[in-house]
Design a protein around this ligand. Structure first.
Ligand SMILES: Nc1nc2c(ncn2[C@@H]2O[C@H](COP(=O)(O)OP(=O)(O)OP(=O)(O)O)[C@@H](O)[C@H]2O)c(=O)[nH]1
Length: 590
């Protein structure tokens, strides 16, 4: 007999066996496998929508007809499907009765009934699901669960599940001890992930109330929306807050929470990436999506069309992921700084969301990792986006500081303007007065500057101003404050410098300015400057101590001295005389 014929014979014998003994079903040996999500060991069949089977009818159906065996850990059959029956064979191969936790880890399933059959007799029957009041459930738990004592040998577990939402049935069987361990580790995991997101949300909410920029508020709303949604679909919210509100409330709440974070997330992305400025069509499309789909869902709510609303909610969530990436791509195209990181984190989160959704829908294997991937992806995205917001905050602060600095600087020479001088000089001035140290000012005015402008042009005049500023900067100590005081006038405040030292310094500057030679088509440009100096002698100003308001006086006195230089031929340095001081002080007093 060749191979082909022997294969045919084997298939024939198998078919014969099946027709005699029913369809073979693997059995879970609970000693070898003390915990598992049992989809691959579970056969399932669906009721006709209008004909509810009894347990006896279901057992008969499992024995007689061809029933499917689960392909993945979770059995997932889609949205709004007919009630499903499941059968799992359990083997306690120890010599004692053992305690097990049997659970279905999706909290949105409406009605779940369970029977344990041992040697043709029902030894335990429980019912739960979110349609059953919390205190009437077999365990006061976030999803359907009950404790079962399995006698030694084989027992069969039958489940009947009825639900309008996604029919995802991750049936889990574990020893009580392992189930408790899993509860603890899962609490830590959720605590950690939610902790990160809530902390970030609160921090950004505080920022929003202090800086009043919408992106911080939207980001906080996005995270809080996601956390509440996640608490809702993992059953935790309903356990704490709404245990007795029933499936109607829970189903609708889940749907609306599901879209809150999508809406907030999309508007946050628009604001963060400022898409209105360079991608107005996509920006408007995003706004329309966040208005039209929720409006459709409200209509669904008014007419109590849960399936329709659920479809729209899934549509919005899918559109959300697509739009998030499109907004990021547009931002990247327009070289927006935040675009690259935004894209990395939104693609990662979208991938995680897709995998988790596909796991619930039964397209990819359901397990702890695939189910929780959505939270991991979101936490990763939350951290990246918080980083982007922090960067935005920092650059806004830097811009502000730059703007303030620019407002204090003269754009032509880069020196302080009058405002900048006041800002920088005042603290130094008060310190010098407190310590009784010498301080002086030098006022400089370029001679016949108008002639330079007239003879060589305004731009050459600007070059002269820059050249003088460069000389003043080169000759200055770190503590000196230099300012462009007016058109062609400059002022220097020299801390810890007596009037005599300031006069010497001014003379050096005068000589350096005299040596400057600029070239121009009209010939070489040479020029000079006049200097007025005023300061203290041994810490005293006109034999008295300096007063707080003497800075203005001292500048006025230097101006008087400068005026005298201008009147007596220019290109000189002149220190103030006692007479200048007296005149100026009496002027200030008036
Ligand atoms: N190029 C240029 N010229 C300026 C600027 N600011 C003021 N000026 C010019 O500076 C000139 C100042 O002329 P005046 O006040 O008559 O003084 P001056 O010609 O230097 O004469 P003295 O001070 O008496 O030696 C005016 O022609 C102004 O237009 C500037 O930023 N750039």
């Amino acid at each position: 007999m060749n191979h082909k014929n022997s294969a045919r014979l084997l298939t024939f014998l198998l078919a014969l066996l099946v027709s005699f003994f029913g369809y073979p079903q693997p059995i879970i040996d609970l000693t070898d496998t003390p915990e598992l999500t049992a989809g691959e060991y579970t056969r399932y069949l669906q009721e006709n929508n209008d004909e509810k089977l009894t347990l006896a009818q279901a057992i008969a159906a499992f024995n007689s007809s061809e029933v499917r065996l689960g392909k993945h850990q979770s059995i997932s059959l889609g949205i709004s499907v007919a009630p499903v029956w499941l059968k799992t064979r359990l083997l306690n191969s120890t010599t004692n009765d053992e305690n097990y936790r049997i659970s279905v880890e999706t909290p949105w399933l409406d009605v779940i009934e369970a029977w344990i059959v041992y040697q043709g007799r029902v030894i335990q029957q429980v019912s739960g699901g979110d349609a059953v009041a919390f205190e009437q459930r077999p365990m006061q738990y976030r999803y359907f669960a009950f404790e079962a004592e399995l006698p030694k040998g084989e027992s069969q577990l039958y489940l009947r599940v009825e639900s309008v939402g996604p029919m995802a049935i991750p049936l889990r069987i574990a020893t009580t001890e392992l189930a408790v361990k899993r509860d603890i580790s899962s609490s830590y995991q959720y605590g950690f992930l939610y902790g990160i997101m809530v902390a970030l949300a609160l921090y950004n909410l505080i920022l929003f109330f202090s800086v009043r920029l919408p992106e911080y508020g939207l980001y906080a709303l996005y995270l809080i929306g996601f956390v509440i949604n996640s608490l809702s679909y993992t059953g935790q919210l309903h356990t704490w807050i709404t245990p007795d509100f029933g499936p109607y409330f829970q189903d609708w709440l889940d749907i609306f929470l599901m879209i809150t974070y999508s809406i907030a997330g999309l508007h946050f992305a628009r604001k963060l990436l400022q898409t209105k400025q360079y991608a107005p069509i996509l920006d408007r499309a995003t706004i329309v999506v966040t208005l039209v789909i929720p409006a459709g869902m409200v209509i669904g709510f008014i007419f109590n069309q849960l399936t329709f609303a659920l479809f729209l909610a899934f549509l919005l969530n899918t559109t959300f992921a697509v739009l998030f990436i499109l907004l990021g791509l547009q931002a990247l195209k327009h070289r927006i700084a935040a675009a690259r990181l935004f894209l990395i984190c939104s693609v990662t989160a979208a991938t995680c969301i897709c995998i988790s959704t596909a796991a619930v829908a039964g397209f990819v294997p359901y397990n702890d990792v695939t189910f929780k991937l959505i939270e991991v992806g979101m936490a990763f995205e939350a951290i990246c986006l918080a980083f982007l917001l922090a960067q935005r905050f920092r650059s806004a602060e830097a811009d502000k500081q730059m703007a303030e600095k620019t407002a204090r600087l003269d754009s032509l020479t880069g020196l302080n303007n009058r405002r900048g001088f006041a800002h920088a000089a005042q603290p130094i001035w008060f310190q010098e007065i407190r310590n009784g140290r010498d301080v002086s000012v030098v006022l400089i005015d370029i001679d016949h500057f108008k002639r330079i402008n007239d003879g060589f042009g305004h731009s050459k005049g600007d070059e002269v101003l820059k050249a003088v500023a460069a000389v003043l900067k080169r000759g200055a100590r770190r503590s000196d404050i230099i300012a462009r005081w007016g058109g062609e006038e400059f002022l220097i405040l020299l801390p810890e410098t007596s009037e005599a030292q300031a006069t010497q310094h001014a003379e050096r500057l005068r000589q350096q300015i005299e040596k400057i030679e600029l070239t121009s088509p009209g010939g070489a440009i040479k020029f000079t400057a006049s200097f007025g100096v005023c300061g203290t002698i041994d810490g005293m100003f006109s034999k008295t101590k300096l007063r707080d308001d003497d800075l203005e006086t001292i500048i006025n006195v230097a101006d008087e001295a400068l005026y005298q230089v201008k009147a007596s031929g220019r290109n000189q340095v002149k220190a103030a005389t006692q007479q200048h001081v007296r005149q100026s002080r009496s002027k200030v007093k008036v």
